[in-house]
Ligand binder design. Structure first.
Ligand SMILES: Nc1ncnc2c1ncn2[C@@H]1O[C@H](COP(=O)(O)OP(=O)(O)OP(=O)(O)O)[C@@H](O)[C@H]1O
Ligand SMILES: [Mg+2]
Length: 476
């Protein structure tokens, strides 16, 4: 059953599957191969993929559903069993039930209709559960609405859902442009199609906790370890890298999985990964977000993420202002907005940061201050915006923010942030809220367990401007 297929289509497929009960193998449609119910069952019967086991899985699903039908209507279940499993002729069934052949035909039609309802209901429940389970694999989204990425999302969805190359897709663009947000949105879209058995989202962590950078090979080994633990959650024994790689490859080759590797920053990491991923891909797919464009020779489909158009940037400004309750934007004129765009451009993170200043600072001051850094590289603009934001923070918020580079990429729990920053319980929450409000904190973790982290651009600012760690790679 495709995403879009209807009940009548399902009904005729179920009829065909019943008729093919004793046919070993058969066409995918006669096996109800599109149903998640059937796919899930295939994993529990011997996984040799032989025609006999494929038929077995389908028949088990049918049989269970006929069992459910029986609890509602014994005759209906009896007719189906007699006609399709025992292969009795219409006349024989009519004799058994002591009714006319015409009545048996009617019973049979009605029984298939009821069976379709049952299977459809079971399939919907399974899809819902599966969808929710896959979504819990993702970190929370950093946006409440995305602007200007509609075409790109559709294109990426088609690329990822196609059972063909490209197997590796990279979203490329400067920091803060929306690569992670786009990857998140597309992954959520793709989940609805159930083309992937697993979704794994991995944040790349170029540095160790102590701020030292890792070699690309070590980064790759860690990545394989993470994948191994996500794909084989029951694996507890200690394994060598080769064993892990073997396991990961096996899982990715067996069933299509989508692996997102987010926030690649260094050219060497991206190059190293790309040299190895194609061996793991097909039928699984990889989606990367990276600040550096892959080299020409790499087997990767590259999608550029560019600045938002003036119209989309305007929509983002107004929406974000509403989201965080900045009234000043309500009275902003088209000319004001044009001025912001002139200075900040269509850089989503910069736009969000600027909006969040407008409750304390007048727009003219923000812009005149920023304009002094123009024209220049986008990094310089971010540095200016961060300095402005830093100046308006309370001492507690600064204290918390300064501790944030010590938190792992996966984010920290509130108790840990309190310990790191030295803030009291009473000081922590206002400071957290303040940083959230200024777009300086991102929520990570899961729905059940919220963790907090900072965007990498914020981290770079803290390293280079505020903390001045001598060995910081970002400062070099
Ligand atoms: N098109 C958009 N509409 C609304 N919000 C957006 C859009 N693009 C990005 N954002 C928001 O802007 C911020 C920065 O985006 P994101 O983290 O995706 O950037 P990035 O390209 O991944 O940066 P980096 O290279 O540093 O990882 C996020 O808070 C994100 O939600
Ligand atoms: Mg990112």
């Amino acid at each position: 059953m495709n995403h879009s297929s209807s009940i009548p289509q399902l009904q005729s497929a179920i009829h065909a599957a019943l008729r093919a009960w004793h046919v070993t193998g058969g066409a995918p449609r006669d096996l109800l191969a599109d149903l998640l119910l059937v796919q899930a069952r295939r994993l529990t019967v011997t996984q040799d993929g032989s025609p006999a086991t494929l038929r077995l899985a389908t028949n088990q699903v049918l049989l269970e559903s006929i069992g459910e039908l029986e609890t509602q209507d014994q005759t209906a279940a009896r007719v189906l069993r007699a006609r399709f499993i025992e292969k009795h002729k219409l006349m024989a069934v009519a004799n058994q039930l002591n009714v006319s052949e015409h009545s048996v035909s009617r019973y049979q039609r009605a029984a298939i209709e009821r069976l379709t309802d049952i299977i459809h209901g079971r399939e919907q429940t399974l899809r819902q559960e599966r969808g929710q389970r896959l979504e819990t694999q993702l970190p929370p989204a950093s946006y409440t609405r995305l602007f200007g990425l509609h075409e790109m999302r559709t294109k990426l969805e088609t690329l990822l859902l196609g059972v063909k190359a490209p197997w590796v897709v990279a979203l490329v663009g400067i920091g803060g442009i929306g690569k992670t947000a786009l990857a998140d949105a597309v992954t959520r879209q793709v989940i609805d199609h159930f083309a992937f058995a697993h979704i794994v989202w991995v944040r790349s962590e170029p540095q160790t906790m102590s701020g030292q950078s890792r070699s690309p090979q070590l980064m790759y080994e860690d990545f394989i370890t993470t994948l191994d633990s996500r794909l084989w959650s029951d694996a507890t024994e200690v394994r060598s890298f080769e064993q892990r790689l073997f396991q990961v490859r096996q899982a990715l080759k067996q069933r299509p999985c989508l692996v997102v590797i987010d926030n690649l920053e260094r050219e060497t990491d991206t190059a190293y990964l790309l040299a190895h991923l194609n061996d793991l891909a097909n039928p699984s797919k990889f989606l990367l977000t990276t600040r550096t464009r892959p080299v020409e020779q790499a087997t990767v489909y590259t999608v550029n993420v560019d600045e938002l158009s003036p119209a989309d940037a305007t929509a983002l400004l107004r929406h974000h202002a509403q989201d965080i309750g900045i009234q000043a934007m309500d009275t902003a004129t088209a000319a004001d907005i044009e001025n912001i765009y002139q200075v900040v451009g269509g850089n989503p993170l910069a736009l969000k940061l600027v909006v969040s200043l407008l409750d304390l600072l007048p727009l003219s001051q923000v812009l005149s201050d920023l304009a002094r850094s123009q024209p220049g590289p986008v990094e310089a603009m971010y540095k200016h915006i961060y300095w402005q934001t830093w100046h308006v923070l309370s001492p507690q918020a600064r204290q918390l923010l300064q501790a944030m580079p010590l938190v792992a990429e996966s984010g920290g729990l509130p108790a840990y942030l309190r310990a790191l920053s030295g803030l009291s319980e009473a000081e922590l929450w206002p400071a957290l809220q303040e940083l959230r409000h200024r777009s300086l904190l991102e929520v990570r973790g899961t729905l059940q367990e919220k963790r907090y982290g900072i965007h990498r651009l914020t981290e770079t600012f803290l390293h280079t401007e505020i903390i001045h760690w001598p060995d910081s790679p970002a400062a070099s």
